[in-house]
Design a protein around this ligand. Structure first.
Ligand SMILES: Nc1ncnc2c1ncn2[C@@H]1O[C@H](COP(=O)(O)OP(=O)(O)OP(=O)(O)O)[C@@H](O)[C@H]1O
Ligand SMILES: [Mg+2]
Length: 248
């Protein structure tokens, strides 16, 4: 389970999160939507304790992340896959080496690692790219390599930050399929941050809309589709860019 309770986060005088409550049950996938700058990445980073909240509680399983000591945080992170919004691969390592990192940390043998890296690269549609360096790949390919690295160790928790943004529809469908597979096979407890409402509908059990520093709406795909909240409607209909900031 992942739980956020009354989470607040500001940068200087800018209040980004102003009391976020969100619970993701074990095995559940919740999509977090919201306009650019609404604090989706900030929310996700607090779950991995890459950022600490100013107030409130973030729990992953039975661990209260903001108060946990370093070794506890490392233990939780080793059960977590994180797809960063901007891939965040190590430039000096090949794609294969990047993807093998979580396996090495988990103490998996070099031989087993090689097989798993080949398999996962195949799954994300990057066969034969293992020996190339991140700089030699396109943005979309790097993104897929980042996804491969996040899922390769079969984690209990998965945090996806815009995994399909900038990908073509075919690759998006492949990544959606991969997320569904992770959900089905690993019962991974997952947060999917996305602008892509169709991807959210395909993959998520519930959707949450972040607005004004809080969760403005939460519901199943069906509840989301039938909501008459104008902001939800704007997201469902793909008109979110038409909303000027703070007009709703
Ligand atoms: N480390 C930081 N220092 C200062 N301000 C930050 C920091 N990280 C995020 N912010 C600010 O917090 C706000 C929310 O940022 P965040 O990256 O969470 O947005 P987002 O919802 O993920 O947007 P996008 O959809 O564009 O990725 C932004 O105004 C951003 O400038
Ligand atoms: Mg973001």
């Amino acid at each position: 389970m992942i739980q956020l309770e009354a989470v607040r986060k500001s940068f200087g005088s800018q209040i980004v999160l102003d009391g976020v409550d969100l619970e993701i049950a074990t095995g559940e996938t919740v999509a977090v939507l919201g306009r650019s700058g609404s604090g989706k990445s900030v929310l996700l980073k607090q779950v991995a304790r890459l950022l600490r909240p100013d107030g409130g509680v973030v729990r992953v399983g039975d661990v209260e992340m903001s108060g946990a000591d370093k070794s506890t945080v490392m233990r939780v992170r080793s059960s977590m896959g994180y797809v960063f919004q901007f891939a965040a691969l190590f430039d000096s390592l090949t794609i294969g080496e990047n993807i093998a990192l979580p396996l090495r940390r988990a103490g998996i043998s070099a031989e087993e690692s090689r097989t798993r890296v080949i398999d996962v690269l195949e799954t994300v549609g990057l066969p034969d790219q293992s020996d190339r360096y991140p700089a030699e790949l396109s943005g979309g390919m790097r993104k897929r390599a980042g996804i491969a690295r996040a899922v390769v160790a079969r984690p209990s928790y998965l945090l996806y930050d815009e995994p399909t943004t900038g990908l073509d529809p075919v690759t998006t469908a492949v990544i959606d399929g991969l997320m569904l597979e992770m959900k089905r096979d690993l019962q991974a407890t997952s947060i999917l941050v996305t602008h892509d409402i169709q991807s959210a509908f395909r993959v998520a059990d519930r959707l949450a809309l972040l607005h004004g520093g809080r969760v403005r709406f939460e519901g199943t795909p069906d509840e989301t589709r039938s909501s008459d909240d104008p902001l939800v409607r704007a997201f469902v209909e793909g008109r979110q860019e038409l909303w000027p900031p703070d007009s709703v």
